[in-house]
Design a protein around this ligand. Structure first.
Ligand code: HSE
Length: 439
């Protein structure tokens, strides 16, 4: 067989490993594909950077536009929107199949890329875009194609999981834990995409699109990052036997009239220690997929890193190459269901509310009354006198009151917190966090 020409765009930590594996595993890959994979060029921004022994300097070029036009398969690992978007569109139009790990681009422009792949009669694969090495998108798109996915729930950002884990296990505050993540190379110098939840939201949009056969854009995702998580929140979680995790949750919802919708959200939440997600430590990722027939499935592994992510890229590359050799095409975009996106207010969740209140008769009853008036049911309530309070407490002394609710809509829970904050006897709303993973 004629070799298939592979163009690599980007030579960062993942690109370097892809180039290396294409060389060291060349024979095995050729056998699996049915034709050799020949790396014909690596597009980089600068030629004067030493890229180590795995990269043949003769393959480097700064002309990415020219490179994509002479390839059968293009691997895009530049990241960001431009020039990645234009290069991918050009590659697809020129008849090359594309493998990318670019979650931001897919969550923003997925439909445009799919349409270009259809027009070119070629393929678009992106397993590396979500949860690094973990085979997750292919199982959802292909293995569960005969089932109905109800829910996808998981930890899809390793950097924030590392940070929250350090806050939990080493007692660091957020800034200290982020610094440590930067020192170890998990977090970027500008950690915004990770800590503000943009990275996880893009991944959630991709997961929801595949799981529910519905186009979900990054802007459709309710997003809260971890920047507001305090050492106090982490301690409060511990006190109720939970840990704080940044979760991505994609759910199929059913309204009272039976109509279906989709909700997609990313936010920190307290997860009970008995839940398997609570034990996902360091920079690892884990995702639960709940499907009607299959039940609950769990996917776990390394969600980032050059070599693990290169594994996902190579897997896609072999699939695309194999289909090309066999003259077939894998599944394209599936959006037939096009379920409506439901707002965050309709999502059913639970709240952990930590209040500082005046320690005097009737305060607990007032707080309970406000919660009941909003149709919210209390699961547990814990009160303790603030440590600073003197033994001969007066009306001016404070107590800490922690309420964990049963399930209610997010709108009802938010309204409850606002009403509590307005009570004269509530001196501070110390922390509010959703609780996920059981009821
Ligand atoms: N920055 C991401 C993470 C890895 O920390 O999980 C790439 O998506």
């Amino acid at each position: 067989m004629e070799p298939l020409k592979v163009a690599l765009l980007g030579s960062g930590s993942v690109g370097t490993q892809v180039a290396r594996l294409l060389t060291t595993h060349a024979q095995e890959l050729a056998q699996r594909v049915g034709a050799p994979l020949e790396l014909v060029g690596i597009a980089v921004r600068r030629l004067d950077v030493d890229r180590g022994p795995g990269i043949d300097p003769a393959l480097l070029t700064t002309d990415a536009s020219e490179l994509v036009k002479r390839a059968d398969l293009v691997v895009e690992l530049i990241g960001g929107i431009e020039p990645a978007r234009t290069l991918i569109l050009d590659a697809l139009a020129a008849g090359a199949s594309v493998v990318t790990g670019n979650k931001a681009l897919l969550a923003e422009h997925g439909p445009e890329l799919y349409e270009a792949a259809d027009r070119g009669g070629v393929e678009l694969y992106y397993e590396a875009a979500v949860a690094g090495a973990i085979p997750l998108l292919r199982p959802i798109r292909e293995s569960l194609a005969g089932d109905r996915v109800r829910r996808v729930l998981g930890i899809v950002n390793g950097t924030t999981n590392f940070v929250l884990d350090k806050m939990d296990t080493a007692g660091l505050d957020l800034a200290e834990a982020v610094s440590q993540a930067q020192e170890l190379g998990y977090a970027e110098a500008d950690p915004t995409a990770d800590v503000e939840g943009f990275d996880a939201a893009a991944k959630a949009a991709i997961l929801a699109s595949l799981a529910f056969h519905t186009r979900v854009h990054a802007d459709d995702v309710h997003r809260e990052g971890i920047t507001t998580v305090t050492a106090g929140d982490v301690a409060s979680a511990k006190a109720i036997g939970a840990v704080v995790k940044l979760l991505a949750i994609c759910e199929r919802t059913v309204a009272a009239d039976g109509s279906e919708g989709v909700s997609v959200r990313v936010h920190p939440a307290m997860v009970p220690v008995a839940h398997p997600l609570a034990n996902v430590r360091g920079a690892f990722n884990a995702v639960f997929v709940e499907a009607e027939a299959a039940g609950e499935l769990m996917f776990y592994g390394q969600g980032a890193g050059g070599l693990p992510t290169a594994s996902a890229v190579l897997g896609d590359l072999v699939s695309a190459a194999r289909n090309r050799v066999g003259g077939s095409r894998g599944p394209g975009e599936s959006t037939y269901a096009q379920l409506p996106l439901r707002p965050m207010g309709e999502v059913v969740t639970r709240y952990h509310i930590s209040l500082e209140v005046a320690d005097r008769p009737g305060v607990l009853a007032t707080v309970a009354k406000v919660i009941a008036e909003h149709g919210v049911s209390i699961e547990t309530v814990r009160q303790q006198q603030s440590p600073a309070a003197a033994p001969d407490a007066t009306d001016d002394d404070r107590a800490s009151l922690v309420v964990v609710t049963h399930s209610a809509t997010d709108a009802a829970l938010e309204a409850t917190v606002s009403a509590l904050a307005g009570l004269e006897s509530v001196t501070a709303v110390v922390g509010v966090m959703r609780v996920e993973g059981e009821d």
